[in-house]
Design a protein around this ligand. Structure first.
Ligand code: DC
Length: 217
């Protein structure tokens, strides 16, 4: 039986950083599902499709090839798009696009297929509730709005992505609302998730909590 660690949480809560560390320390395959929705958003932009053209977006979601390598790089139809999918244009359409029910169905199927046969850690918004409701370990990672915006700003600066703190705040606020109010796959807190508020914790402290919880259970 393979192990499934599921982590949900809002934008900028540190899911990506934490899953990166935990996956390396525990030898788990790391799957960033937000990157998958971002790939669909990037393909939508590249094909000059608008958000209103739902059928075309659904068709695209079914036909593009999304892959990850062992370092966590993301490939869209064979091209490394790891940095490109974090840019402003993608960030501004990814949340409404991820509300399209048929796009979610396709991504959830692909996520389950990617996990098959591996010990995995998967992060997103609906992993603990929809993709793997029976996961061995379920976490909800959170942080205050201000802290999340600051973290995303610093992360973007490190990667050379141009976005002001104000733009990031606006983007995160919109995405929070949309991600929590989706018809299907909304970000939710549930009784069976282990809730971690990382606002005043270091990255190592959060990673330790996750690792200890996994080792103890
Ligand atoms: O984790 P992220 O910020 O890269 O995710 C980008 C967007 O994708 C996010 O605003 C909501 C959506 N998403 C989703 O709907 N379901 C997931 N499992 C992961 C991400």
């Amino acid at each position: 039986m393979s192990i499934v660690v599921a982590i949900d949480g809002p934008a900028g809560s540190g899911k990506g950083t934490i899953t990166g560390i935990v996956s390396k320390k525990l030898g788990l395959v790391n799957i960033d599902t937000g990157a998958m929705y971002r790939c669909v958003a990037l393909a939508t932009i590249q094909n000059n499709i608008t958000l209103e053209e739902k059928d075309k977006i659904i068709e695209l979601a079914k036909n593009i090839k999304i892959e990850f390598d062992s370092e966590g790089k993301v490939y869209l139809d064979g091209v490394d798009v790891s940095k490109r999918i974090r840019e402003k244009d993608v960030s501004s359409i990814v949340s409404p696009l991820s509300s399209i029910v048929e796009v979610r169905e396709e991504m959830v199927n692909q996520q389950r297929a990617l996990a098959k046969g591996f010990d995995i850690i998967m992060e997103g918004r609906d992993i603990t509730t929809v993709v793997f409701p029976d996961a061995d370990y379920k976490f909800y990672l959170d942080a205050s709005f201000e802290e999340r915006a600051k973290r995303r700003f610093l992360q973007n600066q490190e990667q050379g992505i141009e976005m002001s703190l104000e733009e990031i705040k606006e983007n995160i606020e919109k995405r929070d609302y949309n991600d929590m109010h989706k018809e299907v796959g909304a970000l939710k807190r549930t009784e069976d998730q282990i809730y971690i508020d990382s606002t005043n914790l270091t990255i190592d402290e959060v990673a330790d909590i996750v690792i200890q919880t996994i080792k103890e259970k």
